[in-house]
Design a protein around this ligand. Structure first.
Ligand SMILES: C[S@@+](CC[C@H](N)C(=O)[O-])C[C@H]1O[C@@H](n2cnc3c(N)ncnc32)[C@H](O)[C@@H]1O
Length: 226
């Protein structure tokens, strides 16, 4: 908490703006579209993490994989700022941080067939019935993933909540993605993964793939359920 408060104070200073300018998308403005080519100034495979938290996983990936581009999407403004600050300080040139709702980014903002890998690690489970509407995953969201995935693209998901894992995996399956792996790149290494594994909690994880035979022009098939 103290670290987040420091970032909030620091964020208003001109030197903060200069440092994070290259990394933080839109600088607090509402993003109306996300065009990977103009964000990164090149065409490269794009990996998107939804609910990236403080960005431990994506910063590591971006530094280790310079030929790929990475977009972190985080809803919480203070957390997104801390992530952007860390990414800028780490010197990431192929990573951008967008403060936005991941559902809006997937359903509306990203172009068709533009994402090579989605990473979704430990999305908030919203266990109370009346809060279920806040969950990231729904059949509409799965359709958005289908629309934006490039041919052969993958969705990697991990959670510590067995029931939510079952629902997410079933929705991805119903949307037309095929389960290809029971391990994910981040399921054991994100900030929350380390915390949960350290506390002895189980992790449920899987990667799902879109067929590589889908053409770039082919629209996503409608979700099985409204
Ligand atoms: C439990 S944390 C996991 C963070 C990170 N993925 C990890 O594994 O360390 C969930 C994160 O998702 C963010 N979040 C929740 N709902 C979101 C949404 N609709 N869009 C984007 N981020 C969201 C939260 O603010 C929080 O930072």
């Amino acid at each position: 908490m103290a670290r987040l408060r420091n970032v909030q104070r620091w964020w208003s200073k001109p030197e903060a703006q200069a440092l994070v300018e290259r990394v933080a998308v839109g600088h607090g403005d509402v993003a109306m579209s996300v065009e990977p080519r103009s964000l990164f100034g090149r065409t490269a495979p794009l990996e998107v993490e939804l609910g990236s938290g403080k960005g431990e996983f994506l910063i590591e990936q971006a530094l280790a994989t310079p030929h790929r581009d990475f977009l972190g999407v985080e809803l919480d403004a203070a957390v997104a700022r801390l992530f952007a600050l860390r990414a800028a300080r780490a010197g990431c040139v192929n990573l951008r941080v967008l403060r936005a709702d991941g559902r809006t980014v997937v359903n509306l903002l990203l172009p068709d067939r533009s994402v090579t890998v989605y990473h979704v690690y430990f999305p908030d489970p919203w266990p109370k019935l009346r809060h279920l509407k806040h969950r990231l995953f729904s059949s509409q969201f799965s359709s958005g993933l289908m629309r934006t995935l490039a041919p052969g693209g993958t969705v990697c998901v991990a959670t510590d909540v067995g029931g939510y894992a079952g629902e997410m995996f079933a929705q991805l399956n119903a949307a037309g993605l095929r389960r290809i792996d029971d391990c994910t790149p981040g399921g054991r290494s994100t900030g929350f993964a380390r915390k949960y594994l350290g506390a002895g909690k189980p992790v449920f994880e899987a990667c799902f793939a879109l067929s590589s035979e889908v053409s770039m022009e082919q629209p996503a098939r409608p979700a099985a359920h409204p």
